[in-house]
Write a protein that binds this ligand. Structure first.
Ligand code: NAP
Length: 250
């Protein structure tokens, strides 16, 4: 399939995991991609892997000076964007007693402020017929102890799906979200848990998933690209759960 021939995507957090898989599939289907990540090294390595239809921008979604520079940096690579996938981020655990202001600001700056101003920056580059996909999470529906700040931040992103959609309707830009379940990525490395704790957490989660396995990043990429494609031309203001049913029947 070449659904994205001559189309351009901007994928934040595209150096790894879900964002990288989405960039890979977008390129396989004929498109070109700009990815972001926090460091020169991660961005360079990912762009090398993705090949000549990928470009990279070092940009931290939690640093507003980086986010506000995004429009001009993207414009140097492409005059327009057909898909904006706002994906950059991670979750971190901290209990109600232990969470400090730094923890709160780190997650809210990156996920809430970062998402809001990334969309604001990209909007002038988006034409009629283009699509925005926001990455939320099942944590908006599944209460997980010590994950309250991350869950609240992702709930704000979930709220943006509807409000941005209402605002973008007249521009002819569709806005939707994907809500991933448990996906095999490096995501757990950012949570603040030790490797032993990560392994234990993963083993305790697997039996709770209806399909008894973590999802693959490509399975989320499939859903993002569906929402970006013409096949989803009548889908707007929706959040698509890609979670093996864990948030509904798990
Ligand atoms: N994995 C899951 O189970 C799961 C479930 C629900 C939702 N999600 C969401 O999916 C998204 C992608 O996560 P993932 O699971 O694919 O994790 P991942 O493999 O760790 O990838 C995270 C990506 O985001 C980038 N990133 C992280 N913080 C950033 C920042 N402040 N500014 C710019 N880029 C940043 C990373 O790039 P650099 O390291 O190069 O900066 C990397 O490319 C996140 O929003 C996450 O909350 C994941």
């Amino acid at each position: 399939m070449q659904r994205f021939k001559n189309k351009n995507a901007l994928i934040t957090g595209g150096t790894n995991g879900i964002g990288f898989a989405t960039a890979q599939q977008f390129i396989t289907e004929g498109g070109s991609t700009i990815i972001t990540g926090r460091t020169e090294e991660t961005v360079r390595i990912a762009v090398e892997k993705l090949g000549s239809n990928a470009k990279g921008i070092v940009s931290n979604a939690g640093k507003m000076e980086d986010v506000f520079a995004l429009k001009e940096l993207v414009k140097k690579q492409t005059p327009s964007i057909d898909l904006l996938f706002v994906n950059a981020g991670y979750g971190k655990f901290a209990s109600l007693e232990d969470a400090d202001e730094f923890h709160f600001d780190e997650l809210f700056n990156m996920l809430v402020k970062g998402t809001f101003f990334t969309v604001q920056q990209a909007l002038p580059l988006m034409r009629k017929g283009s699509a925005i996909v926001l990455n939320t999470s099942v944590v908006t529906e599944m209460p997980i102890a010590s994950f309250s700040v991350y869950s609240a931040a992702k709930s704000a992103v979930r709220s943006f799906i509807k409000t941005f959609a209402a605002e973008c309707t007249d521009k002819g830009i569709r806005v939707n979200g994907i809500s991933p379940g448990y996906i095999s990525t490096n995501g757990f490395n950012n949570t603040g848990l030790s490797q032993e704790q990560i392994d234990g957490t993963i083993q305790s989660i697997i039996p709770t998933i209806p399909f008894k396995r973590f999802g693959e990043p490509s399975e989320i990429a499939n859903a993002v690209l569906f929402l970006a494609s013409d096949e989803a031309a009548y889908i707007h203001a929706t959040e698509l759960k890609v979670d093996a049913g864990v948030s509904t029947i798990g």
